[in-house]
Design a protein around this ligand. Structure first.
Ligand code: PEP
Ligand code: MG
Length: 363
């Protein structure tokens, strides 16, 4: 109904006047990004780039790149993936115009891109003109006992810098093209699953060199930032050291909860209902941030990194970024923004305003 919706818009505009937290959205597609903006998002807080490679027209290039041991062939597929990523990023910059777009480097273990069952593996072998045994071998080689704690996140960038180079060229190439269109793109490149500052230094060097190359070719400059996900306890415990190497930190509370509790985020449904019934835990820690555990790590990380360096921007991009109680905590902690799925943006706007009002009353 028009009047209800008008009232709601009025309420949201009041909320916007009072909140201090910025609200961003997690989005990878232009459609989601457009929806997020329509609902009031002030940037993209997490673009999970791997989603762009799962689409049917790209995944075979990803797979062929992973499977190939031939340098030239790998390069050819990387070039193809770069084209796709470039086009996707350009669309995102167009939708978001001058707003920040936080783009996370490839995160999942590579075997996630390979076919999961025999029929798919055989079909892939045929499409790529390979022996099916090669594919089975690669699947075995890449299989991990505990992939969520395995060869993923920035560990991929360390071992395969060529993947990072490809992504950086796409991210920056698209930004320069957006600039030529009169837009003002603002990419923030984010490194996932970091545990220490050496990872950030090593990968930043690859990023900076890639950016210098692309911008020199076109003799232009570009604003961009490099930052890190804070999603391992080790990163939070060493945040003072990480500070020196980043311009922003974004708490990935999905992985951070998983690793703090030792609860698998993919299997926790099997016992959490019973844990809640038996009052072993008060809340599902994957839904509402546990302020005494994950929140404590966050507080430590913010305080210690702030002491080490001024001017870092702080955000949260785990599911908790859209949860009102967690938003209150993020406000109190002094984060700069929360990022949540597009449909949670309106609620996040209101929760952020409520957090501000309640915090003012408490103080
Ligand atoms: C997280 O771990 O909180 C996060 C945002 O990353 P992902 O959910 O993609 O692992
Ligand atoms: Mg994560």
């Amino acid at each position: 109904e028009a009047s209800t919706s008008d009232d709601f818009q009025t309420l949201l505009s009041w909320a916007d006047k009072h909140r201090r937290l910025k609200i961003r959205a997690n989005a990878e597609t232009p459609e989601d990004a457009a929806k997020a903006r329509e609902l009031g998002a002030e940037g993209i807080g997490l673009c999970r780039t791997e989603h762009m490679f799962f689409a049917s027209d790209r995944i075979d290039h990803m797979r062929a790149m992973i499977l190939s041991t031939d340098r030239k062939e790998r390069k050819r597929h990387l070039a193809k993936l770069q084209e796709f990523q470039h086009a996707d990023m350009l669309e995102l910059y167009r939708v978001m115009d001058g707003l920040p777009v936080t783009i996370r480097l490839l995160d999942p273990p590579l075997h996630e891109f390979l076919p999961h069952d025999e029929d798919d593996a055989n079909a892939l072998a045929e499409r790529l003109g390979k022996d099916p045994r090669e594919i089975h071998q690669a699947r075995n080689d890449l299989a991990e006992v505990n992939p969520m704690l395995g060869f993923r996140g920035c560990r991929l960038s360390v071992v395969y810098p060529e993947i990072t180079r490809m992504q950086v060229r796409a991210i920056i190439g698209a930004a320069l093209q957006a600039r030529e269109e009169g837009l003002n793109p603002f990419p923030e490149i984010m490194i996932p699953l970091v545990v220490n500052v050496r990872e950030i230094r090593l990968i930043s060097e690859v990023i900076d060199r890639g950016i210098a190359k692309v911008t020199k070719e076109k003799s232009v400059s570009l604003r961009y930032k490099i930052g890190t996900m804070m999603e391992t306890p080790r990163a939070c415990l060493g945040a003072d050291r990480l500070a020196s190497a980043v311009e922003f930190m974004s708490f990935g509370t999905n992985d951070l909860t998983q690793m703090t509790y030792g609860f698998s985020r993919d299997d926790a449904g099997r016992f959490i209902p019973q844990y809640l019934d038996a009052k072993i835990i008060e809340d599902d820690p994957f839904v509402s941030l546990d302020q005494r555990a994950v929140g404590r790590l966050m507080r430590m990380a913010v305080q210690e990194s702030r002491q080490a360096k001024k001017g870092i921007k702080y955000g949260i991009c785990g599911e908790h970024g859209g949860d009102p109680r967690s938003i209150r905590f993020c406000h109190d902690l002094g984060l700069d923004y929360v990022s949540c799925s597009p449909y949670r943006v309106p609620v996040a706007r209101i929760a952020a305003a409520q957090a501000r009002v309640l915090a003012d009353i408490d103080n």
